[in-house]
Design a protein. Structure first.
Length: 97
């Protein structure tokens, strides 16, 4: 089944997106979530179907969430390795621990 979806990005958290059915807009999103999400900024509209691939989300889960709760929240990716953000000189020092 094809669904026309609007995608909004969060004004508070980079990489957080909210998928909603275009016809419903934001009417089915709980107020508490909108408070945490910040002011939704429309990013784009797209047609979703089970055959479509999404870069960072499972299409079946997105469609299921749209059908059951009226929205799908995409969270930002989890940082895999906090050490990658340390300056190089801290990673190469020979100081005793």
């Amino acid at each position: 089944m094809k669904r026309i979806c609007s995608v909004y990005h969060s004004s508070k958290k980079m990489g957080m997106y909210l998928y909603v059915l275009k016809a419903d807009a934001l009417t089915k999103v709980p107020e508490e979530l909108l408070t945490l999400f910040g002011r939704p900024k429309h990013a784009f509209d797209l047609v979703l179907s089970p055959e479509r691939k999404l870069a960072k989300e499972d299409i079946e889960q997105v469609l299921e969430n749209l059908s059951t709760q009226g929205f799908h929240l995409q969270l930002p990716p989890v940082e895999d390795d906090y050490i990658q953000h340390l300056p190089d000189e801290l990673l190469t020092r020979n100081d005793p621990v």
